[in-house]
Design a protein around this ligand. Structure first.
Ligand code: ADP
Length: 233
């Protein structure tokens, strides 16, 4: 997984150098195409390395939550809005609904960002073109529920119980095409555990999947209420 994007970056560099040896150079449109390959694979590599760093920190117990009382509704909504362009590339509709306008809970916003981004990017990754994704935030007295539903490829019963384990990935053409590394959901699960929360999945193969995250509806006493500045980039 680490080698594939690196190989693509390296071979693109060789291609650019080779084409640039000609009298007229590589040309604008070929260069743009090559840079796109480099950009995509650099991001993929960065993402993988960040995941590996997170996993290592989790393993050695070095992942320290930075808890505060953060406004959870706008945080999740901002993240959902930021992935709309990514969904549009597959013509996927993304809908956000909430039964509460503003609410503060004890959480680590960086971890919430990773949890939500992982679930939403999976929902897009494992959806067919023209699908839909529904994101729901439901506040109850003891918990806050965050639900992501898609009408994508669904999950085989055989691997459903294992998807939160490290390096477990489904074995279908979409998985191979996306070349997932099988670590995203294990990081999600560990970070939800750190919040004393819970995550479950329901899925029907070929019909879609629903992931539900439950976080305790609690606050740190005598601490400020804050709004996390989410960086859409
Ligand atoms: P990755 O996506 O990198 O393979 P994850 O840990 O994020 O790794 O997910 C593990 C596996 O769970 C995936 O390989 C895929 O088979 C399955 N999966 C996760 N989310 C979805 C989803 N929304 N729809 C269908 N399958 C999913």
């Amino acid at each position: 997984e680490l080698r594939t994007p690196l190989n693509l970056i390296s071979s693109t560099e060789q291609l650019v150098t080779e084409l640039n040896k000609s009298k007229d150079g590589i040309g604008k449109s070929k260069l743009n195409g090559c840079m796109q390959v480099v950009r995509r694979n650099t991001n993929r590599l960065l993402n993988l390395i960040n995941n590996i760093i997170d996993l290592t920190k989790i393993d050695v117990g070095m992942i320290k939550p930075n808890f505060g009382n953060y406004e959870i509704v706008s945080l999740i909504e901002e993240i959902a809005l930021s992935i709309i362009p990514y969904g549009m590339s597959k013509n996927i509709d993304i809908e956000f609904d909430t039964n509460v306008e503003e609410h503060y809970i004890k959480c680590d916003p960086n971890m919430i960002e990773k949890i939500v981004l992982n679930l939403l990017s999976n929902a897009i990754k494992y959806s067919k073109n023209n699908g839909y994704i529904k994101i729901n935030l439901i506040l109850e007295s003891d918990i806050i529920r965050f639900i992501v539903s898609d009408n994508g490829i669904g999950i085989d019963e055989k691997i459903k119980g294992k998807i939160f384990d490290r390096f477990s990935r489904g074995d279908n053409s979409l998985n191979r095409l996306n070349e997932g590394s099988g670590v995203g959901l294990s990081i999600v699960k560990s970070m939800i555990d750190i919040h004393n929360g819970n995550v479950t999945v329901e899925s029907v193969l070929g019909k879609g999947s629903t992931f539900e995250v439950q976080l305790p509806n609690i606050k740190i006493e005598d601490e400020l209420e804050e709004i996390y500045e989410y960086n859409r980039d």
